[in-house]
Design a protein around this ligand. Structure first.
Ligand code: C5P
Length: 299
């Protein structure tokens, strides 16, 4: 019998985040192009009588260790689905920025589902795991799938997109997170104040072509995030960070998801290295990564 299982899971950046109208359930209909990048958390599930959680690599202690932790909730939801009370000791090794708009919490939940499914010998299909994932959060199903995919509905209904080659990214991390619900609320407030009505979002054709052709210059021009003005209103310094990246020759610059991480597209791995050296002078913390990469996998 397996005594422990480790799963590696990637962060995401949103290449297109088009936010439609607010729904009755408090969510927004989206067109959300997810792209998994090579910043990974690892979740190990080890045999135990009860469910517990520990986090390594989160020096500021930002990850909650109570029932609000999405990985614990994932394990509980999986046990409920199997109709038994299972235990596991979950250890999360964090590299994905916390509350950074890169879906780190969702990634850990996806990894916990895959790890506990294997540890407990349940053998659920990816489809079943994806159903449980969607109930946990809008970004969790993508962390299972990885690659590049367009999410519709509230982001949980996924269709993989064809991509050629690899794209190189630099991420500027902030020293404090932003709350996703607060950013969506600010987006609604800004739209209302401007007298704007949110249209029905659609996948950007130029973006889909740039991905299919593996063309970073066209991709840089096509990047779009409707939440960006709201994130900037809540964290004014993001505008300066984005300008800095553009001045240093990034092909595209945008806030990742609800932020505050800023993503910069480079032309090549070498260019990403140059860009990260320049950005390091003005940003709290800078990391490079490439995408697309696979979703949650047992290692
Ligand atoms: O699904 P998740 O729990 O990750 O969403 C966090 C919050 O983000 C929601 O409570 C909601 O305020 C906002 N959200 C939204 N529309 C979406 C996804 C998230 O308004 N499609």
């Amino acid at each position: 019998m397996t005594s422990s299982v480790t799963v590696r899971v990637p962060a995401k950046v949103n290449l297109q985040l088009s936010v439609g109208p607010l729904r009755d359930d408090g969510y927004h209909d989206l067109v959300n192009v997810f792209h998994a990048v090579s910043l990974f958390d690892e979740v190990t599930a080890a045999e135990s009588d009860r469910l517990s959680i520990r986090v390594v690599g989160d020096p500021a202690g930002q990850v909650p260790l109570d029932e609000s932790n999405l990985a614990i909730r994932a394990a509980r939801a999986l046990a409920a689905r199997a109709g038994r009370s299972y235990g596991a000791e979950l250890v999360i090794r964090k590299s994905i920025p916390v509350a950074g708009g890169m879906a780190g919490g969702s990634a850990d939940a996806a990894a916990a589902l895959v790890a506990c499914d294997r540890l407990w010998g349940l053998g659920l299909s990816r489809e079943d795991l994806s159903d449980i994932a969607a109930d946990l959060g809008s970004d969790v199903p993508f962390a299972l799938l990885g690659g590049t995919a367009v999410g519709t509905g509230r982001g949980e209904m996924l269709t993989p997109l064809p991509v050629s080659g690899t794209f190189h990214w630099v991420f500027a991390l902030a020293d404090a997170g932003l709350s996703t619900p607060a950013v969506y609320r600010e987006c609604d407030r800004l739209r209302e104040a401007a007298g704007e009505r949110a249209g029905w979002p659609a996948l950007s054709e130029p973006l889909a072509h740039a991905l299919r052709d593996g063309d970073p210059k066209s991709l840089g021009r096509a990047l779009v995030n409707d939440l960006q003005p709201a994130s900037i209103m809540l964290r004014r310094s993001l505008a300066r960070t984005l300008d800095e990246g553009r001045e240093q020759g990034a092909l595209g610059a945008l806030v990742s998801g609800s932020g505050p991480t800023c993503a910069f597209l480079a032309e090549s791995a070498e260019h990403a290295l140059d860009l990260s050296v320049s950005l390091r002078r003005v940003c709290h913390q800078v990391v490079s990564a490439y995408g697309p990469v696979p979703g949650a996998v047992v290692v």
